[in-house]
Design a protein around this ligand. Structure first.
Ligand code: TXA
Ligand code: MG
Length: 316
């Protein structure tokens, strides 16, 4: 694995000057964290093996895991991958937005094979965030995994990025908190449409448009979101708690208030937006464990429960 370079990490305001500076740093082959509507991404030029290697090194990410390629438009995505008719239907309806589509890579696209971890396919998304889109137009396409150390809680604010990656990346563009709060939904479209990772776009919304999605074959995709222990706080996590045991802090939902509440009104969109910062916050408390109230398993609850189950899994 590549040696991590030491940096004095700059926090840039997400105004025109900040975005221009971030784009310049990216074009020089460095990595920069930037806001998207889901979580902060750690961006590097998707056309440069050296830049992509720096992403893996900064995150300490096992290099067999492929990264998501971010572009500013569907037209740009079509230059990099081969879209089926169904893939076009999805992209036209849900981009920009929290949806990633895995497609066969186009020959001669120039996409670094490190982004694809050597696969013949590439994961693409157009994020719905004005700062991300501006940056992509100036310095895209960008490979960008979530901007957190590998296996740890994803970052939904510039402060969380700094907490995990200070000194390991050139800069972070501060665009405030992320609206969606969990990573994009990933649909494999190389064969039959397959749900590879539940995320910020509800499965029900996708199925309403293109019909039932197949389930991912366990162990087939070597991807970090699919590693069992992922999104891990430092404290152990106990799920489906109806009350806190002595020494536990409680993450509540709905009427089960807790020390922090994902959504007092039981709104799953609000709960998704609160999930990672509340886990960061409770993880910093003096406690033995984090207990988490039950969250309904439909709509965005599917993504929330996926992340919570991985946060609670035996550490590898
Ligand atoms: O919301 C998001 O998707 C965030 C923001 C920054 O856009 N990004 C993100 O990227 O979560 P990352 O790198 O943490 O997630 C990459 C995931 C892997 O877990 C894997 O499941 C999938 O993308 N992936 C990437 N390339 C793939 C491929 N060729 N085949 C199958 N899955 C792939
Ligand atoms: Mg991640």
């Amino acid at each position: 694995m590549e040696q991590v370079q030491r940096h004095v990490t700059k926090v840039l305001q997400a105004d025109a000057a900040g975005v221009a500076l971030a784009a310049q740093v990216l074009r020089a082959g460095e990595v920069v964290a930037f806001p998207t509507e889901t979580v902060y991404g750690l961006g590097g030029s998707a056309l440069s093996d050296a830049a992509v290697a720096k992403i893996y090194a900064a995150k300490d990410r096992p290099s067999f895991n492929p990264l998501i390629l971010h572009v500013a438009s569907l037209a740009e995505a079509e230059q990099l991958a081969m879209f089926s008719d169904t893939a076009l239907v999805l992209a036209r309806r849900f981009w920009p937005g929290p949806l990633t589509i895995v497609l066969p890579v186009r020959a001669g696209s120039g996409v670094s094979s490190l982004v694809r971890a050597g696969l013949d396919s590439v994961a693409l998304r157009v994020p719905a965030h004005p700062v991300a889109l501006e940056l992509l137009r100036a310095a895209g396409p960008l490979a960008a995994p979530s901007a957190n150390p590998s296996g740890r809680i994803s970052a939904t604010s510039a402060q969380h990025v700094i907490k995990g990656l200070d000194g390991r990346i050139a800069a972070v563009l501060d665009g405030g908190p992320c609206d969606v709060g969990v990573e994009s939904t990933i649909i494999g479209m190389v064969d039959a449409p397959t749900l590879l990772r539940p995320g910020g776009l509800a499965r029900e919304d996708i199925e309403a448009l293109i019909g039932p999605l197949a389930a991912a074959e366990a162990g087939k995709v070597s991807a970090p979101g699919q590693l069992v222990s992922h999104y891990a706080p430092h404290l152990p996590v106990r799920l489906n708690a109806v009350s806190a045991e002595p020494g536990e802090v409680l993450l509540g939902f709905g009427e089960l208030a807790g020390d922090l509440n994902l959504s007092a009104s039981g709104n799953l969109g609000e709960a998704a937006a609160n999930l990672f910062w509340m886990l960061h916050e409770l993880d910093a408390r003096v406690a033995d464990a984090i207990a988490v109230a039950p969250v309904p398993d439909h709509g965005l609850g599917h993504a929330i429960n996926d992340r919570l189950t991985r946060a609670a899994a035996e550490r590898g």
